[in-house]
Design a protein around this ligand. Structure first.
Ligand code: GDP
Length: 432
C-alpha cells in the first residue's frame, strides 16, 4: 500500500496531527528502529483507501543542528514515500527551518502537501495565506487539536497518493528479459541454438505473445524467457574494420534492454580485458548477472587449477555473481542456467524493509564505526532501500564515507540479506 511520510520541525503539532489522521485507530503496525531515534509507521484508512503513515519526527538535532536533521528527514521522506506531508505552524508562520525544508521538498518528484496547523478558529485563516511563499502550493489550514478541516486535508492526501506503490509501474509484463553477452567466439550463438534448438516450434507457438522480431522466446525449465536482441547474434560479423565496435554496441543495446545478463566466458582461455569490459557494462547498467563458463568440455585438471587463481583476481568486482560451468557444444549443465537466472532476478527485485535495515546497520556501525576523516567521526543517521532493480541503498550521514568502508557495508549487507546475482548500489547523502 502507498506510503505517506509526515515531516516538520518539533512543536508544530505533528504528533497531534498524526493522531488526528489515525482517529482512534492507533494500531502500530511496524516499529521502525532508526539509528538516532525510533520512527513509527501506522496503518491509516480514509475514504475507502488504506495507506501507511510514517511519522519521521524525532530526528534529534545532533551536532549538525536542527535544520540539517530536518532536511535529512525530508530527503529520506522523498526517497521512500509516495507522498510527503509537511506540517508548519500557521500561528508562527514560515521559519527559516521551514523554508530550508521546503527548498528540499520543491525538488521532489513525489507529491508534497502542506498542512498549516494550529488554525484553531476563523480569525487565524489569514495567517495561512503567507505560507504560499513556501512554494509548495496551497496550504491546507487545519487544527489538529480540534479536528478542524482535517477531512479536507485527508481528501487531498488520498488524491495525491498513487493507487499502487512505487516500483510497481516499472515492472514490465511478460517473460523476463535476458541478454546473452560475451566476446566474439565465446559461444553465444551456439548456446542460443542449443537453448532454442529442439524447442523451436514450441517457442514460436507461445499463444498471445507478440515477439519483437529481434528477440527470441526461449523455454527453460518450465518458464518462458525473452532473450533480447538475438537477431544480431545470429548474424555473423566478419572481422572487417569496426566489427569490434559493432559487437560492443550490440552488447550495450542488449544489456540495456534486459533485466538479467548471462555473461559467457571461455573456460579454455584466460580471462581477457574484453571479458571484463562486458562485465563492467552489466554492472554499470545495474543489471542482474549470471556468469556462464562455456566450453567446459575443453577444461582439464590443470586448467581447472589455473582458473581458480585467475578468477579470484579477475572477478573481484562481482564476487556475488553465480557461476555455472556449461558446454554449448555438448549441452552439459545448460539446464542449470534457469535456476541461476531466477535467483539473480529474485535478488534484483528484493527489498529490505527500512526497520530491519536500520536495526542491522546500527549494530554493524556500533561494532565497526566509519574511519575518522579530517579529525571527524562521520555518523550514519539513517538508511533506506530507496529502490529495486537494482537494489539501491541510501545512507544519510554526517560525513564522507570512504570507499573501503562502503565496500565493507556492502559485504556485510550481502552476508546478512543475500542478494546473490544482483549488483547493489550504495549512495551516501552527506548532511553538512
Ligand atoms: P559467438 O561469436 O559468441 O556467437 O560464438 P559461436 O557460438 O559462433 O562459437 C564460436 C566457436 O566456438 C564455434 O566454433 C563453436 O563451435 C565453438 N563452441 C561454442 N561453444 C562451445 C563449447 O561449449 N565447447 C567447445 N569445445 N566449443 C564451443
Amino acid at each position: 500500500q502507498p506510503v505517506l511520510a509526515v515531516v516538520g520541525r518539533p512543536n508544530v503539532g505533528k504528533s497531534t496531527l498524526v493522531n488526528r489522521i489515525l482517529g482512534r485507530r492507533e494500531a502500530v503496525v511496524q516499529d521502525v528502529p532508526g539509528v538516532t531515534r525510533d520512527r513509527i509507521a501506522y496503518d491509516a484508512f480514509w475514504g475507502g483507501r488504506r495507506f501507511t503513515l510514517v511519522d519521521t519526527g524525532g530526528w534529534e538535532p545532533g551536532a549538525s543542528g536542527l535544520q540539517a536533521s530536518i532536511t535529512a528527514q525530508a530527503e529520506m521522506a522523498m526517497s521512500t514515500a509516495d507522498a510527503v506531508l509537511l506540517v508548519v505552524d500557521a500561528s508562527v508562520g514560515a521559519t527559516t527551518t521551514d523554508e530550508a525544508v521546503a527548498r528540499v521538498l520543491r525538488r521532489s518528484k513525489t507529491p508534497v502537501l502542506l498542512a498549516a496547523n494550529k488554525v484553531d478558529d476563523e480569525r487565524l485563516l489569514a495567517d495561512t495565506a503567507s505560507l504560499w511563499s513556501l512554494g509548495l502550493g496551497e496550504p491546507y489550514p487545519v487544527s489538529a487539536l480540534h479536528g478542524r478541516n482535517s477531512g479536507d486535508l485527508l481528501d487531498a492526501i488520498i488524491k495525491a497518493l498513487p493507487d499502487a506503490p512505487r516500483d510497481g509501474d516499472r515492472a514490465v509484463a511478460g517473460p523476463r528479459r535476458v541478454a546473452l553477452v560475451g566476446k566474439p567466439n565465446v559461444g553465444k550463438s551456439s548456446l542460443l541454438n542449443k537453448l532454442t534448438g529442439e524447442q523451436r516450434s514450441v517457442v514460436d507457438s507461445v499463444a498471445g505473445t507478440t515477439v519483437d522480431p529481434v528477440d527470441s522466446l526461449v523455454e527453460l525449465d518450465g518458464q518462458t524467457w525473452r532473450f533480447v536482441d538475438t537477431a544480431g547474434l545470429r548474424k555473423r560479423v566478419n572481422s572487417a574494420n569496426g566489427a569490434e565496435y559493432y559487437a560492443s554496441l550490440r552488447t550495450k543495446t542488449a544489456i540495456d534492454a534486459a533485466e538479467v545478463a548471462i555473461v559467457l566466458l571461455d573456460s579454455s582461455e584466460p580471462l581477457s580485458e574484453q571479458d571484463l569490459r562486458v562485465l563492467t557494462m552489466v554492472v554499470e547498467a545495474g543489471r542482474a548477472c549470471v556468469l556462464a563458463f562455456n566450453k567446459w568440455d575443453l577444461v582439464d585438471e590443470d586448467r581447472r587449477h589455473q582458473m581458480v587463481r585467475e578468477l579470484e583476481r579477475g572477478l573481484v568486482r562481482v564476487p556475488w555473481a553465480d557461476k555455472v560451468n556449461i558446454s554449448a557444444l555438448t549441452g552439459r549443465s545448460v539446464r542449470k542456467l534457469a535456476p541461476a537466472l531466477r535467483t539473480a532476478l529474485a535478488s534484483w527485485d528484493q527489498r529490505v524493509p527500512t526497520g530491519l535495515l536500520n536495526a542491522w546497520l546500527s549494530d554493524l556501525i556500533a561494532a565497526t564505526p566509519p574511519p575518522v576523516r579530517g579529525g571527524k567521526q562521520p555518523k550514519v543517521l539513517f538508511a533506506t532501500q530507496a529502490g529495486i532493480r537494482p537494489p539501491t541503498l541510501v545512507l544519510f550521514t554526517t560525513g564522507f564515507l570512504e570507499a573501503g568502508y562502503r565496500r565493507f557495508i556492502e559485504r556485510k549487507f550481502r552476508e546478512r540479506f543475500g542478494f546473490e546475482g544482483s549488483p547493489v548500489r550504495i549512495n551516501v547523502r552527506v548532511r553538512e
